[in-house]
Design a protein around this ligand. Structure first.
Ligand SMILES: O=c1ccn([C@@H]2O[C@H](COP(=O)(O)OP(=O)(O)O[C@H]3O[C@H](CO)[C@@H](O)[C@H](O)[C@H]3O)[C@@H](O)[C@H]2O)c(=O)[nH]1
Ligand SMILES: [Mn+2]
Length: 700
């Protein structure tokens, strides 16, 4: 174990081999500098030819990206919360849970309900807990299902508490996975009977929802509607359960999930007004009920409470196969990157599985210099009731007498209207940011620029489990949606290159530079996938001769990168096969990022309408089967695959043509690097060829 710092309720541990990592970065950096020197000086010494200019551009860009990428390796930490040291339950602060859903077609209602029920069963004092579902589709089936879920929760929550059930998502508990709970095996016969009774009720609920949802009218999104708030459960011993569907009008902007979350921020003020809240997407059920207390270890700790804005858990998935050929788990993001940022001033906000402090979103910077409440209407809008709730949260005196429930609900409905945010600071200074479509990425980043910290927790038992895309089309859609938006953030007025440098620690802002720019790998790989191959065919050497000392620089940089990656994968319980597979998918995703760049340019020029492409969470058995077998499935992804297919064809021609030419010309020494490159790509992309060939034969 590395060096560690102990706080009142938690502990921070530095990576054990940190000095080695840093030495490696420095040595590699020298290699990179030599490489850039070789390329750039070559352009001045020899008449620059187009292939040389291109390859120089690619390598310089790659070096810049490498440089920013090292910021994640500079100071990774891991954290351990001490939940048993927390104050007594009655001293814990209030907690709201926000679940967002939109479309029952892509987000099956039963899944949404499992998430809601698992949230209600969180291990947290009931009178301090409230669960809100934001239904952006306004679908009758969702409201109906919420009422059913409310009734089921009345049985489920006491059952979980009585027997100390660990898996509190009913679907998982009643699946074969639920039978592994050691501690439940030793329960008496009464437990078994109780369990079967509850299982019956669970099935009944599912049937009811299915039946209600079989009427097409009940599953249609209502896009023109008045707001609706319904308090579903409100009784002692049970958490509050609230259904919220904000006003939607086809002609008025609604700001997607960011808009939904900001609405919940306001509505919850009237109903529970907790100082902290958890955001989960509707497919991300709570797998470990202790996550709330884990997060509280940071919010309540005397040393970290003042400037901790959010606690992020990794997004993990319940539907991944062993091989995970598409790297849907995005290991690099949730292991290397987030952990690396955690040692600086904190990970980014991922949008799901994160606990946040409401004050950090509502009242500016942690040193409380700015008093938004002094000019409340300008910042928060004209609801005096809402401003009262905020004063209460800040511990300020309020002038308000208690109001009737009807009046309270009326005021809460008013802050759900489409026009409420007009001429206020919602979406800019207050609440979730509307700067880009990825409300969370932007919000997390802006919180950091204001001086807030965040925390990353990666416990052994996953706290939240969602549904990952299991075919390439969905995966690519999601990738393009994220990377194009992040690129736009990089060119916005909030850019980490300008705004960020000015307001954040320098290494922390490097991590954001990398995050916003990572789609530029597309340019590197496309050049690298065309130019050396064509030059190999034509006999133009682009790299130093194998016998020249300069060759060693290239070889070193290549091997060093591979070793770093291998160490990272293997030290995190990955395998060598995973290291190899990740390279393949990384190149594939990088090449496909060209669509993200195109998309971002189009949006920037105003050619593309801003549209949130909702990820599909429906499990398709056939797709899953192929994915489980580790076979690439390109069905429906022809467009996304086109650039990669083109590069592969060029590479195949380069490989065979190149070998033939080298044997004729005997210029093996000059061409070694290029031959190596085409061979490496051939080996790496074999499963992709296979996928393409089987796709063909299927459509015939
Ligand atoms: O107008 C909308 C659009 C989406 N959602 C909800 O937002 C969530 C995220 O949507 P999804 O399509 O599943 O996003 P992902 O592709 O999984 O996107 C990731 O990136 C998003 C943008 O930052 C984050 O919001 C997500 O939490 C994060 O999981 C879902 O619960 C949706 O129901 C809404 O409530 N209203
Ligand atoms: Mn999702």
């Amino acid at each position: 174990m590395g060096r560690s710092y102990t706080y009142t309720y938690h502990k921070e541990t530095l990576q054990e081999w940190l000095p080695l990592t840093r030495i490696h970065i420095l040595i590699h950096f020298i290699g990179v500098l030599f490489l850039c020197y070789y390329r750039i000086s070559h352009l001045f010494l020899h008449p620059p030819s187009p292939p040389w200019i291109l390859i120089t551009a690619a390598e310089v860009l790659l070096s810049v990206l490498w440089f920013f990428n090292q910021a994640f390796r500079w100071r990774p930490v891991s954290r351990t919360p001490f939940t048993d040291k927390l104050p007594r339950e009655d001293k814990l602060p209030g907690l709201d849970i926000f679940v967002c859903t939109l479309d029952p077609e892509k987000e099956p209602t039963l899944q949404v309900i499992d998430t809601v029920v698992s949230a209600i069963a969180m291990d947290y004092p009931s009178d301090k807990l409230a669960v809100y579902l934001s239904d952006d589709g306004g679908c009758p089936v969702t409201l109906y299902a919420m009422r059913e879920a409310g009734a089921f929760a009345r049985e489920w929550v006491p059952f979980c508490r009585k027997y100390g059930v660990k898996l509190r998502c009913p679907r998982v508990f009643f699946s074969p996975m639920g039978e592994d709970d050691e501690h439940l095996l030793h329960q008496d016969a009464g437990f078994k009977a109780h369990r079967d009774l509850i299982e019956g009720k669970y099935e009944k609920m599912q049937n009811n929802i299915d039946k209600f949802g079989s009427d097409p009218n009940n599953v249609r999104i209502v896009s023109d509607r008045a707001p609706l708030i319904e308090i579903i459960n409100e009784e002692p011993g049970l958490p509050l359960l609230v259904y919220v569907s904000r006003e939607r009008r086809p002609s008025l902007p609604h700001k997607f999930k960011g808009g939904a979350l900001n609405t919940l921020l306001r509505v919850s003020g009237f109903i529970s007004n907790a100082p902290y809240f958890l955001v989960v997407d509707c497919d991300m059920y709570c797998n470990d009920p202790t996550s709330a207390k884990q997060a509280m270890c940071f919010f309540l700790d005397p040393q970290t409470s003042k400037d901790t804005s959010f606690v992020q858990f990794p997004q993990m998935f319940h539907n991944l196969s062993k091989k995970d050929i598409y790297d849907s788990q995005t290991r690099t993001a949730f292991k290397t990157m987030w952990q690396g940022m955690d040692g600086l001033r904190g990970p980014g906000l991922s949008g799901s599985g994160n606990y946040l402090s409401k004050s950090s979103l509502l009242f500016g910077s942690p040193n409380q210099k700015n008093d938004y409440l002094a000019d409340a209407e300008k910042y928060f809008g004209n609801s005096t009731g809402l401003i009262e709730t905020m004063k209460v949260m800040r511990g300020q005196k309020t002038s308000k007498k208690s109001i009737s429930r009807e009046e309270m609900l009326r005021e809460a409905l008013a802050v759900c209207s489409c026009s409420y945010e007009n001429n206020t600071k919602w979406g800019t200074e207050v609440g979730f940011s509307y700067a880009i479509l990825l409300e969370s990425s932007a919000t997390g980043y802006i919180l950091h620029t204001r001086g807030w910290r965040s925390v990353y927790l990666y416990p052994k038992t996953p706290c939240f489990l969602g549904c990952a895309p299991t075919d390439i089309k969905e995966g690519m859609l999601q990738l393009v949606k994220w990377l194009s938006e992040l690129l736009l953030l990089g060119f916005s007025k909030y850019s980490p290159f300008t705004h960020g440098f000015a307001s954040m620690s320098i290494i922390h802002s490097f991590t954001y530079c990398f995050i916003t720019m990572s789609s530029l790998y597309a340019i590197v790989f496309i050049i690298y996938g065309i130019v050396p191959q064509i030059c190999l065919l034509k006999g133009i050497s682009l790299f130093p001769k194998v016998t020249e000392p300069w060759f060693a620089v290239f070889a070193f940089v290549y091997v060093s990168t591979q070793v770093q990656h291998l160490v990272e994968v293997v030290s995190g319980e990955g395998s060598v096969a995973m290291w190899w597979d990740e390279q393949r998918i990384w190149i594939l995703k990088s090449v496909t990022s060209i669509f993200a760049i195109i998309d971002a340019v189009k949006k920037w020029l105003g050619l593309n309408k801003v549209k949130f492409s909702l990820s599909n969470k429906v499990v398709d058995e056939e797709k899953v089967k192929k994915y489980e077998e580790g076979k690439f499935d390109f069905q429906g992804a022809a467009v996304f695959m086109a650039p990669m297919v083109l590069l592969l064809i060029i590479n195949i021609v380069g490989f065979f043509g190149g070998i033939w030419r080298v044997f004729n010309e005997k210029d093996f020494q000059e061409m070694f690097a290029q031959l190596f490159l085409v061979t490496y790509v051939m080996l790496l992309s074999y499963p992709i060829f296979e996928g393409i060939v089987t796709m063909k034969s299927k459509s015939e």
